[in-house]
Design a protein around this ligand. Structure first.
Ligand SMILES: [Cu+2]
Length: 715
């Protein structure tokens, strides 16, 4: 870490290397596989003390040489795996800069080490996704099935295997358990000789068990079936790929291997025993690659013949923002740009006019449940932040495509499975955009017309999580407003039709999806976002109230005509008491407990409101244009999560930072915010017991909502 770095700056390459080396030394007996190596952000009290000291030093600078404040200790948090045991570990590694003036290094020392509960696993890294695909492609049974069933002989060239986390388990669809039935799984072997069985749900005791040398499945779920080695399962949706650039989502296959990344073997193949639905695989090509557009039959096969005229974004005087390291100032705004493998972009210490507004803001989770109830799809559900790491999946942005005009880019250093640093340049974009009319008024008497043009400062990043691409935009307005918008684009995850949806008596259209090409089903699903706002409106003492416009009762004295309505505020004083439907017209106000507006006398506040649903990203889905149905987005509880997490300064993973790999209830984070997500979807990770004791399950019908939140200064 250089001397000019801030305590919230992400780790640099030297720090990643040093932390990884210290962790490897802490496990001399065996190989480790790294999940994430990231900055452990200092406690808020330490950050505040540091900021105060820095401000005091700056104030003295004119008169005396300022004394630089001592930054909080630099700590790396490392999540790693020991594949031989299947267990996950969390380590805190203290980092100290040695030497100086560019000639120094970084000393690292493991400060704490914690073995995570059996059955829990850290998120899947990009390396894990690649490994999972390699395991599938190397599996002899998979290769034989593909050859016999579809004539696919060259799996390296013709097969794509999308790695998905394994979710949903309950009494009706038992958890998937992968149990060591003899022999030792090795971290580095190819899985040959590992005897294993998998049971639960439709894989229950199935001879479809694809593990070489598999023993008979054991169906009893007694305690004696204890897992000898923790599994790390991924289910792999298979697709035929006509060539390297072919859009393979147009060619789904009806086989679903499940791999264990620890044992590095395929432990089950769903659909291996079933006859192929049609005997053929969907062959219609629907391509987005410019080289292959001409082959499209159902989408445009040529570039637009009448492209719009050139539109040039220029700022001849340069941009209005100033950037110092990762500190950004713009039109009264001040903030610090953070980034980590899990959340991606993080906004720190957002201030306006020198007044605190938000201490920390980020997208902390996204639940994507799928609605096809037929096996194996009940387990199809992803947490695209927590399962894969939205930051880990982020990609470099490019000028002219992702962003126009004057841009400042921030890069980040992440890490790979070996603990080596991975530089991702241009991962966050900073730019200004015209925002239309910010305010206007025309005086009809005098003819005076005044208009103020709006402008926004936008910080964004994009992440490709397997098939889907997300673009997250945080923007600040001249009017003091803050927006968060998530754009969904990319490719829909397709599948062959489920058994009940084909053959005699079947509906002509899929019940649980949309037929997007002959034989290709895009299953109904949702994306539900959880944004965490650690609010600090004019300081840390804030309170939250729900705001609704309500019609007031007719009253002979007060409201004789019955036309009265008013904005009614209901303080939300407990998490359990805040569970409710995010109905249209409902908003939330986060107000300072001490600071008041000089005109209204009301507490200074920010109001959290829902923006309209934006589906523009879907229009760029090359496979589906009819997919709006999938975005019946409902944020009813997620919004509440937004509201409630602001009080929990340490809780940044509402559905747990760990993934459950198909089994029940092995994760932690017993917070009610996580509970809200559980209530949203039965297939979330957390045990329902502890949470449902505090939150009653809402029974209201889902309501459409938007992936976009807008906070506006209203005090
Ligand atoms: Cu989707």
């Amino acid at each position: 870490m250089g001397t000019t770095a801030h305590p919230l700056d992400p780790l640099d390459a030297a720090e990643v290397r040093a932390a990884a080396a210290a962790c490897r030394a802490a496990f001399p007996a065996g190989a480790v596989r790294f999940s994430t190596i990231s900055l452990r952000e200092p406690p808020k009290a330490d950050l505040t003390a540091y900021a105060d000291a820095a401000a005091a030093a700056a104030a003295e600078a004119a008169a005396t040489a300022p004394t630089p404040p001592s930054p909080p200790p630099r700590v790396a948090e490392v999540l790693l795996l020991t594949p031989a045991t299947g267990r996950a570990q969390r380590l805190a590694v203290g980092l100290t800069t040695t030497g100086g003036n560019g000639g120094g290094g970084v000393a690292a020392e493991v400060a704490s080490r914690e073995e995570l509960p059996a059955g829990t696993q850290p998120s899947f890294s990009p390396d894990d996704c690649t490994l999972a695909e390699d395991i599938v492609k190397a599996d002899e049974r998979v290769r034989a099935l593909l050859r016999e069933r579809y004539g696919i002989a060259d799996v390296e060239a013709e097969l794509a295997a999308d790695p998905w986390s394994v979710h949903l388990t309950d009494a009706h669809y038992p958890p998937m358990k992968w149990r060591q039935a003899g022999g030792d799984a090795t971290a580095n072997g190819n899985g040959n000789g590992v005897a294993a069985s998998i049971h639960g749900g439709d894989d229950n005791g199935s001879s479809a068990d694809g593990s070489p040398g598999a023993t008979a499945g054991t169906n009893g779920d007694s305690a004696s079936d204890s897992v000898a080695i923790s599994f790390r399962l991924m289910q792999m949706f298979l697709y035929h790929r006509h060539d390297t650039d072919d859009n393979h989502y147009a060619h789904p296959l009806d086989l679903l291997p499940v791999v264990d990344l620890h044992a590095r073997t395929v432990v089950a193949i769903h659909g291996a025993d079933a006859a192929p639905p049609t005997g053929t695989l969907p062959g219609t090509c629907i391509n987005y690659h410019r080289r292959l557009l001409r082959g499209n039959k159902t989408l445009a096969s040529e570039w637009r013949a009448d492209p719009p005229a050139a539109l040039t974004v220029t700022q001849p005087d340069g941009p209005s923002w100033r950037v110092m390291g990762r500190h950004v100032t713009w039109q009264g705004w001040s903030l610090r740009v953070g980034f980590n493998a899990r959340e991606g972009l993080v906004l720190h210490d957002v201030q306006h006019g020198g007044r605190r507004v938000v201490d920390r803001a980020s997208l902390v989770e996204m639940a994507v449940p799928y609605g096809d109830p037929q096996g194996p799809y009940p387990r199809k559900c992803a947490f695209d932040v927590g399962d894969y790491g939205l930051g880990a999946c982020a990609n470099s942005l490019s000028l002219g495509c992702d962003c126009l005009g004057a841009i400042h880019y921030f890069g980040v250093t992440l890490s790979d499975a070996a603990g080596e640093p991975v530089d991702v340049p241009r991962v966050v974009s900073l730019h200004e955009e015209d925002a239309g009319v910010g305010w206007k008024h025309a005086d009809y008497r005098s003819g005076t017309a005044e208009t103020r043009r709006g402008r926004r400062l936008i910080l964004s990043f994009g992440a490709a999580v397997v098939n889907y691409d997300y673009a997250v935009y945080w923007s600040l307005g001249l009017d003091g407003s803050i927006d968060c918008e998530v754009q969904l684009t990319g490719e829909l995850s397709t599948n062959t039709l489920s058994a009940a949806e084909i053959g005699p008596g079947a509906p002509t259209t899929p019940r649980y999806g949309v037929l997007v090409s002959p034989g290709v089903n895009a299953q109904v699903h949702q994306h539900m976002f959880c944004v965490r706002l650690d609010m600090a409106v004019d300081g840390p003492a804030n309170r939250v109230a729900e705001v609704e416009v309500k019609r007031l009762p007719r009253d002979a004295t007060v409201n004789p005509a019955g036309n009265a309505f008013a904005s009614v505020e209901t303080p939300l004083v407990s998490e359990a008491g805040a569970v409710r439907d995010a109905a249209p017209g409902r908003a939330w106000r986060i107000s300072s407990a001490s600071s008041r507006n000089p005109v209204t006398g009301a507490p200074v506040a920010y109001k959290l409101i829902r923006a309209r649903t934006l589906c523009r990203g879907l229009m760029s889905c090359s496979l589906l244009l009819a997919c709006l149905v999938f975005l019946c987005l409902r944020l009813r509880h997620l919004l509440l999560a937004v509201l409630l997490t602001y009080r929990q300064s340490v809780m940044r993973a509402p559905c747990s930072e760990l993934t459950c790999c198909g089994t029940l209830a092995l994760t932690h984070s017993p917070s009610c915010v996580a509970c809200l997500l559980v209530l949203l979807s039965d297939r979330c990770r957390l045990p329902t017991g502890g949470c449902t004791q505090r939150c009653s399950r809402p029974t209201t019908a889902p309501s459409p909502a938007a992936p976009s939140l807008r906070a506006t200064r209203c005090g």
